[in-house]
Ligand binder design. Structure first.
Ligand code: UDP
Ligand code: MG
Length: 316
């Protein structure tokens, strides 16, 4: 049986590039179908993330003529990650595997062949990993690499240099649907899903047309989102800080006492110094205790599945 493949493409104000993207993806599906690699039921699924330009008009017009084309339109701009999830969840009951890729053709369409080969070989998740960051600005390259390192340091398992160009099998998609957290950071959640995974390298191109929808402000918000939805380490750092300040306060106390005994402290200074430092330290420790409980609540409300079954032997 040929696999039914869904190509999920989040689009936000992409009218400049979308016609070309749809043309290339259509050509890709034609070619793959011609070579007997994908089923006729495969689809390109652009997800219009509340665009203000002609994006939806382009999708609707193209879908009327192009049998490969479906389309989803979100009620408003929900952000890249949510648009992607909407597309994947729509695809999950309809496909054998879904490949997510950006609308701006930065993700090399040619790599789809390698994705499908890995899928045919039995992998349930295939990560597209960029072979170089030559097409990025120095700022973007530096911040992105710093981000991956920081995430690793904080204990979240992300795939290095992998954005959201990836293939997921129907089963991996169903598992992803079990993650009910509101603050969804797909790059962190997909590795948690597990199953057999592999990577495919690809060359990341320049944006074909239009401008990046991720200005620095959004990128920082995205990075913070990633960290705070995956790690309670920042809470633990408060404890370390509190302990350090408390220890310092002891040194400060000694200093203040010596100054007083030596007679070069004004009235009331010793007690003031002491209370500021010691109380500051104690307060930080107390906040960290509260924080550790908040951290637990935070883990609980996310209600992540504690396990996902890969196989079972169940012959009755
Ligand atoms: N995107 C989206 N919603 C948004 C912002 C971006 O669906 O609120 C889409 C956008 O259309 C593109 C992908 O997410 O297909 C990646 O965005 P972009 O190329 O602007 O980011 P960059 O490659 O510059 O990081
Ligand atoms: Mg882009």
């Amino acid at each position: 049986m040929l696999p039914c493949v869904y190509l999920v493409v989040p689009c936000y104000n992409e009218e400049e590039v979308l016609p070309e993207t749809l043309r290339q993806l259509t050509a890709k599906l034609d070619a793959l179908h011609g070579r007997g690699l994908v089923a006729k039921s495969s689809r390109i699924l652009p997800v219009d993330d509340g665009s203000r330009d002609g994006t939806w008009a382009i999708i609707a017009a193209a879908a009327a003529q192009n049998p490969w084309l479906s389309g989803l339109k979100l009620s408003r701009n929900c952000g890249h990650q949510n648009a992607l999830l909407a597309g994947l969840m729509f695809a999950k009951e309809r496909c054998d595997c879904a490949i997510s890729l950006d609308a701006d053709l930065q993700d090399d369409v040619a790599a789809i062949d390698a994705f499908l080969e890995a899928f045919a070989a039995g992998h349930e998740v295939v990560y597209g990993v960029r072979s170089s960051r030559a097409s990025d600005s120095i700022l973007k390259r530096g911040t992105a690499q710093g981000f991956y390192r920081l995430m690793r340091l904080l204990g979240a398992d992300t795939v290095y240099n992998h954005a959201d160009y990836r293939l997921m099998s129907r089963r991996a998609l169903a598992a992803l649907g079990e993650y009910h957290e509101v603050n969804l950071f797909l790059r962190g959640v997909v590795p948690l899903v597990g199953f057999s995974a592999t990577t495919v390298e690809y060359e990341r191109h320049e944006r074909f047309a239009g401008e990046s929808k991720y200005p620095l402000k959004k990128m920082i918000a995205f990075a913070l989102e990633g960290i705070t939805s995956f790690s309670v380490k920042p809470l633990q750092l408060i404890l370390a800080l509190g302990l350090a300040v408390s220890a310092l306060s002891v040194a400060g106390l000694l200093y203040a006492l010596i100054s007083k005994l030596a007679g070069n402290a004004v009235q009331g200074w010793t007690a003031t110094m002491f209370s500021i430092w010691l109380l500051g330290g104690i307060q930080l420790i107390c906040i960290s205790v509260v924080g550790s409980y908040v951290g637990k609540i935070y883990q609980e409300v996310k209600a992540r599945p504690k396990y996902l079954i890969e196989k079972s032997i169940d012959e009755t």
